[in-house]
Design a protein around this ligand. Structure first.
Ligand SMILES: [Zn+2]
Ligand SMILES: [Zn+2]
Length: 133
């Protein structure tokens, strides 16, 4: 039997047509599921290292959830795991909210001051990189 005649035969049959529609719908559903799973995975990638200023516990936390997250060991406020390029000192950095009105320039100056190294005062400090980045 030729494929063309086979398809027309299948399409003529109501039950088979319904079955085909069902298969098409389930493929679509699986496709949507994979797509949402992929999106969740991408969100999951936005992780940062966190460091406890009290007991030096290290972990990972999602961006946006770091402020207000507590150390699982001693319940202290967790900060970003920050590192100084100059003296390699590692410290816990907690971003404080901007109070009052500030220009963009003032905010960036404030952020740089905030993240300067507590040991040597260097402004060349960066968040500790995640593996494979
Ligand atoms: Zn702790
Ligand atoms: Zn330093």
């Amino acid at each position: 039997m030729e494929l063309k005649t086979y398809i027309s035969l299948v399409l003529r049959d109501k039950k088979r047509r319904e079955l085909l529609l069902l298969i098409a719908l389930s493929i679509l559903l699986v496709f949507i599921l994979i797509l949402t799973m992929f999106q969740k995975k991408q969100e999951f990638k936005r992780l940062r290292y966190v460091l406890c200023p009290n007991c030096h516990y290290k972990g990972m936390q999602e961006v946006g959830k770091i402020e207000g997250s507590r150390c699982p060991k001693c319940k202290a406020q967790l900060g970003y795991d920050w590192k100084c390029i100059e003296c390699e000192y590692e410290f816990s950095l907690l971003r404080t909210p901007i109070l009052g009105k500030m220009t963009k320039k003032e905010i960036s100056k404030y952020r740089i001051n905030e993240s300067s190294c507590p040991k040597c005062g260097s402004k060349r400090t960066f968040p500790k990189k995640l593996p494979g980045k």
